[in-house]
Structures are given as structure tokens and as C-alpha cells.
Design a protein around this ligand. Structure first.
Ligand code: 1YM
Length: 642
């Protein structure tokens, strides 16, 4: 008995040490303590519900953001087991919430743990990083409850009532001494839960935000699975065929794929492993691409859509305008790559490849009209690629004849060390002139843009190379575009778009960002793209140093601060800057270019799906969604046009 007690004590100590380790280094378990990490807590709990759904026992998950940023997650699964766990001597439910990495190890094998992935460390980590957690379980005819504070059990699991239902409900408040913020972003959670619902056919997920006067609520349930996902991704695009091609197969490695071509020139393939977005791709993507290239080439040849002497269509020709989602479930996934979002399991390539080979060639034979529409597009993409190659060579040849290979209007910097160099892309010659004079020429280059801008959303690479406005940008950045883009060749560590704070400026910013997004995406992913923030106002008064304000709010704050110092509003002269051109070189340097004083906005790509959607809306064909987007987001652009 004494021996047993001793062992039990040691277990408990280990438990506390385990959770203490999580509190000491939260980043190791949930990535960071920013709002991203905060959202991870919710995902960890919801993942357990999704596992239960994948195992076939749960059909509904309800998530509520309550007042005070308390999260409540409830499912109608079997309920976490309540009996005493033989190894720990405490209830299984308490074990799951207090032992690091407990997870499915303590229960049976419910199949493909979604929590086997990225930071899939489960309930105990959420417990360790919460001010408090309360768990209510309905199972075996009873209602059971337990509670924790900062990872420590304050109420052991006890039966508090009778019930003939089953399920688990978890409520928690994140630890404010660990996270930078407790404020959940509704839209981020909404996007993730929509994604989970697409990926888990038939699962109903509701999300409710009760923090504001009028609560928000959404419900997601997609009987079409990935087919619905692709329809959603393409909702603002012109489709080449009305129904997505849908492939699904169970087996050792279950695979689900949906494919639909649009008339656009970009490629949007999203891949998932156990519901985790594999941003860096991997073996499943490889198998998918190989099959796609082979099936379409075989079909094109056997149906005389390309001649015997013609070269094969390349993968990139076949993927032009393609929207696809690939989802696989892998029992023991190996994640590789910089962000651990690249699937490494080599056996998956063949599984996906042979499955797509078979299903897609059958589909094409059975749907000749769709096959024809897609292949016509592929052939025209191949021609455009050939034209782009010629255009590119023309650029190269032209530049090798000239003494300098750089665009004529570029005022380059003297340093050649890319990391310390920055290029300001400036619309218009007058602002370009001020920028050239105001800059620090050692590390700041200026590239004024002129000529007619191209809508990149509607153009192919050959047009881009040949465009007066974009060509100098490509040459100045120095790393190519599209599939040829090579981030190691960039000539500047920072590419800064500097445009006026008005509608025209917003337009050029959007066009440039679309260009970078579609043709130099690694530049954004790598954090090299920035937006300059020129001031909107200057406050001046004799004997006082000029004050620059960058927003309406900033102006109000400045007024308040000055009033507190005894300087009344009406004694100040206020200048409103309409454009960069109104500033002299010194002012431009002081306010917008001096690294010591300026604010740059770094352009990030947190969510490629969202970014794709926004660029399609802003630059695509359809007018209604654009108007809707602008109306919905008008509050963010109110400074732009007064
Ligand atoms: C709101 C959070 O955690 N649901 C949930 C968790 C589990 C089960 C069911 C479950 C799993 C198994 C058997 C099994 C978990 N159980 C465990 C463990 N919702 C939520 N619903 N019976 C029930 O995996 O075999 C960990 S999670 F380890 F106890 F089995």
C-alpha cells in the first residue's frame, strides 16, 4: 500500500511539473502567446470534438464566445470516459486534462487524430494556460463535472445529476498573465470552423459571439464536403464547368479531392492532412500534380487535341485557372519544412496519384464537353507560356546590350547587400522626385512607376513581362516572376509601396499587392513587402516643432495632448496632405522614409484562402461582390478619400 502511495505521489508531481513546463514555455506548445496562440486554445478543444466526429460518434459542435472572452465548446459525442484510469489512479477525464500528451493514448484508438499534427497537444495544454477550466460530461446515464485553476484540479470529477444524453462541454478563460490579449477575433475563428466543416462532411458546427449587444451566430454544415469548399472558393470566379469534379476514396489512406477550373490565370490548390492546412504542400500534393499532368496529357494526345510533334503540356499549363482542395487522412503523419506544414510520408504520393489517375481519366471520358473546355484552356496557357518565354528573353537580350541592366528610372542605392537595402515603389514622377532627393542613397532605392497599369488578375505572364509599369519592378527586384521566381536573388530586403492616402493611391496599392500576391508570392510570405505610411496632417505653430499625424484618430490625440500642454486647437495651423507630391524632400524623409521615425506596415499572408478571395473580389470581373466588400470594409478605408 505504501509503495502504491509513493508511486501515486510521484505521478502527481510529474503531472504538475508537466503543466508547469507548459506555463514556462507556452510558445513551444501553442506556437506563440499572441492572439494566434489564443485561438489555438479553442482549436485544441474543438479538435477533440472533431476527432470524435471522425470516429463516427459526434454530429454537432457548438462554440460560444461568451461575455468576458470565456469560451464554451460543446459536442454530442460519447463524452470523455469518466472511470478511474488504471495508470494514474484518477478519472480518465481528469487524466486527459492534467497529463501532458495524454490524448488518445488513454482511450481506445479512434482512428485519425486531427490533434496528431501541428501543435496537437490537447486539453492539458489548454488547462495549463487557462485561468480556469470547467468540464461537464454526460455519459453512462450521469452528468459529471470537474474544474481546474491554472492547471491545478480544484474540483475532482463528481457526478452532479442524471442524464440519458451523451457529450462533453468545456468552458475556459485563457490566462491573462500568459497571453498578450484575451480578445478573440470572431472572423478568424469563423474562417477556421467553416474550413473544418468543409473538411468534415455532414458535421454541423455553430459559432456564436455573445460579446456585443447584438450577438452574431453562424452555422456550418456541408453535405457536399470538399465539393462545397471548392464552390465556396470559386463563388466570385467565372467557372469553366458548372460542377466541381469530385473524387473520394476510403482505405488505408482516405483521400478526398474536389477540382474546378475557372477562367482566371491563377492556380489555387489547398491541401490538408488530418484537417491541418499543409501550406508547404508535400507528398500528397506531389501525387496530385503528377496525376493531373499525366491524365490531361494522355487525354489530349489520344483525342488529338495536341499533335504528335507537339511538346507535352507542362504542369503549370494544366494548373492555370485551377481551384482544387486535396484532403488526406494519414495515421502517423510526418510533418517537415520550415513551418512543419509539409507532409513527408512518401507512401502517400502513390496513393493519391493512382487514385486521381483512375478517377480523373474516367471522368474525362464520361464528360467530353468539360474535358474539351479544360484542355482548350491548357493549350492556350501553353502558348502564352511560350510567348512569355520569348518576352522574357527579349527583356534579357535588351538589357544585356545596354550598359546597365537596371531600369532607367530606378535610382539605385549604393549598397549591394540585399538585406540592408530597400526599394520604394512610388507612383508618379513628382513624388518620385521628392523621394529621390529625400532618401538615404546608401541603402534606399527609388523606383518611380509610370505608364499604364495592367490588371494582373486578368493577364498572363507574357503580358506582365511586356508591361511598361511592371517590367521595371520585375527587373529591379531581380528575382523573376511566377514559377521562375527565386527569392534568393532579390536585390532588396524591403520592397516598400509608397502611394498617396487617397482612392488612387489605394488603387495602385491594391494593384501592386495583387501583382506581388500572384507573381511573387514568396516575397509576401517571406515578409519582404511593406506599405509606407505617409502622414495625413501636419500641425504647426511658431516656436513649436511640427507634428505629423497619420490617422484621424492620431490627429484627435495630438489635439488633446497639446491642449493639456496649454496649446489650444485654434492656435494651430493644420495642413492636410492630399498627396506625397505636396511634401518637400526633407518632409518626406522625416515622416515616411527615415527608418528611425517612420511606420511601415508589413504585408502578411496569414490566410492564403482569404487573401485569394479578397484579390479576386477586388480585381476580378464581378461587380456585386466588389461593391459588397467595399461597403462592408468601408470603415477601414475612411481615411482614403476626403
Ligand atoms: C468539448 C470537448 O473533448 N470530446 C470528447 C473527447 C473524448 C472522447 C469523446 C472520447 C474518446 C474516446 C473514447 C477514445 C476524449 N477521450 C479521451 C480519452 N470535447 C471533447 N469526446 N470515448 C470518448 O478516444 O477512445 C481523450 S479526448 F483519452 F479519454 F479517451
Amino acid at each position: 500500500m505504501e509503495k502504491y502511495n509513493h508511486k501515486y505521489g510521484a505521478e502527481q508531481i510529474q503531472v504538475l511539473e508537466g503543466l508547469e513546463a507548459v506555463r514556462k514555455r507556452p510558445g513551444m506548445y501553442i506556437g506563440s502567446t499572441s492572439v494566434r496562440g489564443l485561438h489555438h486554445l479553442v482549436y485544441e478543444i474543438v479538435d477533440n470534438c472533431v476527432d470524435e466526429a471522425l470516429a463516427g460518434y459526434c454530429t454537432e459542435i457548438n462554440i460560444i464566445i461568451e461575455k468576458g472572452n470565456i469560451i464554451s465548446v460543446e459536442d454530442n459525442g460519447r463524452g470523455i470516459p469518466v472511470e478511474i484510469h488504471p495508470k494514474t489512479g484518477i478519472s480518465t477525464a481528469e487524466t486527459v486534462y492534467t497529463v501532458l500528451h495524454a490524448g488518445g493514448k488513454f482511450g481506445g484508438d479512434s482512428g485519425y487524430k486531427v490533434s496528431g499534427g501541428l501543435h496537437g497537444v490537447g486539453a492539458s495544454v489548454v488547462n495549463a494556460l487557462s485561468n480556469w477550466v470547467e468540464v461537464t460530461i454526460q455519459r453512462d446515464g450521469g452528468i459529471y463535472q470537474m474544474a481546474f485553476e491554472k492547471g491545478k484540479t480544484v474540483k475532482k470529477l463528481e457526478k452532479i445529476g442524471e442524464s440519458n444524453k451523451t457529450g462533453t462541454k468545456v468552458k475556459f478563460l485563457a490566462d491573462d498573465t500568459i497571453f498578450e490579449t484575451q480578445n478573440y477575433e470572431y472572423e478568424v475563428l469563423e474562417t477556421r470552423f467553416r474550413e473544418i466543416a468543409f473538411l468534415t462532411k455532414g458535421l454541423k458546427i455553430t459559432l456564436e459571439d455573445q460579446r456585443e449587444e447584438t450577438p452574431k451566430k453562424v452555422e456550418f454544415c456541408f453535405e457536399g464536403g470538399l465539393k462545397s469548399f471548392v464552390e465556396y472558393l470559386n463563388k466570385n470566379k467565372e467557372k469553366l464547368h458548372s460542377e466541381p469534379i469530385y473524387i473520394e476514396k476510403d482505405g488505408e489512406v482516405p483521400v478526398e479531392i474536389a477540382i474546378q477550373y475557372t477562367t482566371s490565370y491563377s492556380e489555387s490548390i489547398y491541401t490538408f492532412v488530418n484537417n491541418i492546412n499543409t501550406i508547404e504542400g508535400g507528398t500528397h500534393l506531389e501525387g496530385f500534380k503528377r496525376a493531373l499532368t499525366k491524365v490531361f496529357n494522355d487525354y489530349a494526345r489520344s483525342h488529338n487535341l495536341i499533335k504528335e510533334k507537339d511538346q507535352n503540356l507542362l504542369g503549370e499549363d494544366i494548373r492555370e485557372g485551377l481551384t482544387a482542395v486535396v484532403s488526406v487522412k494519414v495515421k502517423e503523419p510526418q510533418f517537415e519544412g520550415q513551418t512543419k506544414t509539409k507532409l513527408g510520408n512518401s507512401e502517400v504520393t502513390g496513393v493519391v496519384q493512382s487514385m486521381v489517375n483512375e478517377a480523373l481519366s474516367t471522368f474525362l471520358e464520361e464528360n467530353p464537353a468539360v474535358a474539351k473546355a479544360i484542355l482548350e484552356k491548357c493549350v492556350s496557357a501553353a502558348r502564352a507560356r511560350e510567348a512569355a518565354r520569348k518576352a522574357r528573353e527579349l527583356v534579357r537580350r535588351k538589357s544585356s546590350l545596354e550598359t546597365s541592366t537596371l531600369p532607367g528610372k530606378l535610382a539605385d542605392c549604393s549598397s549591394k547587400v540585399a538585406e540592408e537595402c530597400e526599394v520604394y515603389i512610388v507612383e508618379g514622377d513628382s513624388a518620385g522626385g521628392s523621394a529621390k532627393q529625400g532618401r538615404d542613397r546608401r541603402f534606399q532605392a527609388i523606383l518611380p512607376l509610370w505608364g499604364k497599369m495592367l490588371n494582373v488578375e486578368k493577364s498572363r505572364a507574357d503580358k506582365i513581362y511586356g508591361n511598361d509599369k511592371l517590367n521595371p519592378v520585375i527587373v529591379a527586384v531581380g528575382a523573376g516572376i511566377g514559377n521562375d521566381f527565386d527569392i534568393t536573388k532579390i536585390r532588396y530586403g524591403k520592397v516598400i509601396i509608397m502611394a498617396d492616402a487617397d482612392v488612387d493611391g489605394a488603387h495602385i496599392r491594391t494593384l501592386m499587392l495583387t501583382f506581388f500576391f500572384r507573381y511573387m508570392r514568396p516575397l509576401i510570405e517571406n515578409g519582404n513587402v511593406f506599405l509606407a505610411q505617409p502622414p495625413l496632417f501636419k500641425l504647426s505653430k511658431k516656436g513649436m516643432e511640427d507634428i505629423y499625424c497619420y490617422t484621424d484618430e492620431g490627429l484627435e490625440n495630438a489635439f488633446k495632448e497639446l491642449e493639456e500642454k496649454g496649446i489650444p486647437r485654434d492656435s494651430l495651423s493644420i495642413q492636410r496632405y492630399k498627396g506625397l507630391g505636396e511634401m518637400n524632400p526633407e518632409q518626406l524623409w522625416e515622416t515616411t522614409m527615415n527608418p528611425e521615425k517612420r511606420t511601415l506596415i508589413q504585408v502578411t499572408m496569414d490566410d492564403a484562402i482569404k487573401a485569394d478571395e479578397i484579390f479576386t473580389i477586388l480585381m476580378g470581373d464581378e461587380v456585386d461582390p466588389r461593391r459588397e466588400f467595399i461597403e462592408k470594409n468601408a470603415k477601414f478605408v475612411k481615411n482614403l478619400d476626403i
